[in-house]
Design a protein around this ligand. Structure first.
Ligand code: HAM
Length: 422
């Protein structure tokens, strides 16, 4: 780039949404909102800029190193939120006495993380959040997972195209206990094991040793990830394990609700955020080509961690980036296109009034109308309409005005039907 020349690209990792990108975004957001509504969640929103104090957390979590941090002119430490959950916890804590629990809230929030850029990871993304606060029954997990599966169906993704991998930190905690790894080490073991597959095992072993685990304990922690079924985990867990019972209950509820075919138990799902305390889950495409579609779990201690009253909570974050890549790959990159409404054009300036009248009538009837701003040759008009996003096109010539009707052409089927322009 020549000196002083401004780049036409957005800053690295940030996105522009041209109209064709907005078509996809609308499809995805509409599904988020419809699924949230269908499951009875209330919408909320918050500021994108958050106090750094709320977001600053223990080391070891990837997200804490990815925060866009800045100072305002008064020296306040502020951040662009990397996720919504701390903000949600702050908002709930601020009204804890007034709210009637359980609270079921949803939002589509823009989040910023200074990520290493890879497929499916940007430095800015929109994240659908769905949280139930104030409920310790596993019905809450079933409801958020059911809503996420519903959203994917509404987007047009076949049920067989993805799986939600489910595990439980409480279960892994019990298994670590049984392997003689003390409670105070569990949080750092979770974060280390979550890096499995992202960094070499030798580096994870080194992190575990740095965290105070001897070789035998590190070996035992790795060994747990080889447990390949809930029955195998139950055999290792204490008899009457609550964590195992919760997982079984969740799978049974999913069966009743009709999405159990998309759930699988996978002990290696741990999650990279330290606030999770119970069931955790992450959804992936079945072909294994993309990063996580969504992720979440139970976080019963976050409210107390920020100074609120003890309140159990469950939720998930579902980004727009991976799911859009997946939908394009599975449905074709043109599938985001939703043709709707009318393109209305006219041949000579004398027909402009007729075109304006028709547009006004269609708009009053609730139709979307892209009205030509000047007269055109039919070829020009239909070429533009065909390349655009309208479903039907009406081109008005002198004879049409004389007759009081014109032809509305369906741009997909090419069928024509008479429309009154009187
Ligand atoms: P998370 O796993 O960090 O969880 O993010 C949730 C989802 O957001 C991911 O599965 C992915 O779809 C999307 N996502 C995250 N980072 C990026 C990125 N850099 N680029 C594109 N997409 C991204 C959370 O954030 C939790 N707060 C979710 C939650 C809500 N847990 C409970 N309630």
């Amino acid at each position: 780039m020549a000196d002083g020349q401004i780049s036409f690209d957005p800053p690295r990792g940030m996105r522009d949404f041209y109209p064709e990108d907005m078509e996809w975004r609308t499809r995805v957001f509409d599904a988020f909102r419809a699924a949230g509504d269908a499951a009875g969640f209330s919408r909320y929103d918050a500021c994108v800029v958050e106090s750094y104090e709320l977001l600053a957390r223990k080391a070891g979590e990837e997200v804490s190193n990815q925060i866009y941090l800045f100072e305002d002119k008064s020296g306040r430490k502020l951040a662009l939120r990397p996720e919504m959950t701390p903000t949600l916890a702050r908002m709930i804590a601020a009204r804890q006495k007034q709210l009637s629990f359980p609270v079921k809230w949803t939002t589509v929030a823009q989040c910023f993380r200074y990520e290493r850029m890879t497929k499916g990871r940007k430095r800015e993304h929109y994240q659908w959040n769905l949280d139930i606060v104030g409920e310790d029954s596993v019905a809450a997990e079933a409801e958020v997972l059911g809503a996420a599966c519903d959203a994917l169906r509404r987007m047009g993704l076949p049920d067989g195209a993805y799986k939600v991998r489910v595990s439980s930190r409480a279960l892994l905690g019990e298994l670590l206990d049984a392997s003689g790894i003390p409670q105070e080490k569990h949080a750092s073991v979770f974060l280390a094991l979550d890096k499995r597959g992202k960094i070499p095992d030798s580096e994870i072993a080194a992190i575990l040793r740095d965290g105070g685990l001897d070789d035998a304990a590190a070996e035992a922690a790795f060994g747990l990830l080889a447990v390949d079924s809930l029955d195998a985990a139950a055999a290792k867990a204490a008899p009457g394990s609550k964590a195992v019972a919760s997982l079984r209950e969740l799978f049974a509820l999913a069966q009743t609700a009709g999405f159990a075919d998309r759930l699988v138990f996978d002990i290696s799902v741990i999650r990279g955020l330290s606030y999770y305390t119970g069931i955790v889950f992450e959804a992936f495409d079945t072909a294994g080509e993309f990063r996580a579609i969504f992720g979440g779990g139970r976080y019963d201690n976050l409210l107390t961690a920020i100074g609120g009253a003890p309140t159990p909570a469950v939720g998930l974050g579902f980004g727009d980036v991976v799911v859009t890549e997946l939908l394009k790959a599975r449905l074709g990159s043109d599938a985001g296109r939703a043709r709707r409404g009318y393109a209305v054009g006219f041949m000579f300036p004398e027909q402009r009034d007729a075109a304006f009248r028709l547009a006004a009538r269609l708009r009053a009837a609730g139709e979307r109308v892209d009205l030509a701003l000047r007269n055109q040759k039919p070829k020009q008009f239909f070429a533009r309409a065909g390349a655009g996003d309208c479903a039907k096109a009406v081109f008005i010539g002198p004879d049409d005005v004389a007759r009081g009707t014109a032809m509305a052409k369906d741009l997909a089927t090419r069928e024509q039907a008479e429309i009154s322009i009187g």
